[in-house]
Design a protein around this ligand. Structure first.
Ligand SMILES: [Mg+2]
Length: 271
């Protein structure tokens, strides 16, 4: 198989109830499958048609989930992919093969992070100081590599995100706001680098990538064919590129369309 297909997960392949963006009467809603259970409750979904299309695509390309989720958060996701496949978590800081992290990959990144970004404590402190108390619901660390806050979007002025992004960039950190989560990530931790490492290891000659957020942008720009949904951070910014396809649908139906567009790109390439 010569093509690698990197899919962001949240709001690209899988959707929480709040992100489904279904319209029309309930009786014509698509069949959904549960892709994640959290604390015994269904948390994310894809359409049944998307699940079928993804399984078919995985038979003719190397499908790689590429997510900002931590390894533990990723392990809750159920996709119809080979158990012995590849996945990228923690925004590119962890490379999983056969379910096992490639420790050499993470170690080499850590050295680079130390050289190019201020320590996690400094970035976290700056983020917490900049966020209005009313907007900050919870804050977390992802595997001691980066920080994220769960925020109340209604209480978060737009200029706060812009100001925070500028302040953090000055110390080597990138900011991304996705749904209720505000991420601060060292500039060296990038999804496209991990996806390129997978492409190299499997000997692929063509890369398709899909994603919805600022943390996906460079992965989309680096791909031969890029796909984004008509929702999310990149859509709100009107981001475009010569290699980019944008879905007609939004929400979970865009997730299905993304898989169909990726499958078409893989088939066109192998013709
Ligand atoms: Mg996403």
């Amino acid at each position: 198989m010569s093509a690698v297909v990197g899919f962001d997960l949240d709001r690209t392949l899988v959707y929480s109830a709040a992100a489904l963006l279904l319209d029309g009467p309930d009786e014509s809603a698509p069949s959904l499958v549960v892709t994640e259970v959290y604390q015994h409750t269904p948390l994310s979904f894809m359409t049944r048609a998307a699940e079928t299309a993804l399984a078919a695509l995985a038979e003719r390309a190397t499908v790689v989930p590429v997510t900002t989720r931590t390894v533990a958060q990723y392990r809750r996701i159920r996709l119809p992919l080979p158990a012995a496949g590849w996945a990228v978590t923690t925004n590119g800081a962890v490379l999983l093969h056969d379910g096992r992290p490639d420790d050499a990959w993470t170690a080499s990144l850590r050295a680079e992070i130390d050289a190019t970004s201020a320590p996690l404590e400094a970035a976290e402190e700056l983020m917490l100081a900049e966020l209005p108390a009313a907007a900050l619901l919870r804050n977390h660390r992802a595997e001691e590599l980066f920080a994220y806050a769960v925020v109340d979007r209604a209480a978060l002025p737009e200029h706060t995100v812009t100001d925070l992004a500028a302040a953090l960039l000055a110390i080597g950190w990138t900011v991304s706001l996705q749904g209720r989560k505000l991420y601060a990530v060292p500039v060296a931790i990038r999804k496209e680098r991990a996806l390129a490492a997978v492409a190299e290891r499997v000997g692929s000659t063509m890369t398709v990538a899909a994603g919805d957020s600022l943390l996906d942008r460079d992965m989309l720009a680096a791909a031969d064919v890029a796909i984004r949904p008509a929702h999310g951070e990149l859509h709100a910014a009107g981001w475009t590129a010569p290699n980019l396809l944008v879905t007609g649908a939004v929400g979970v139906m865009a997730g299905q369309e993304i898989i169909e567009l990726a499958a078409r790109a893989v088939d066109d390439d192998s013709r």
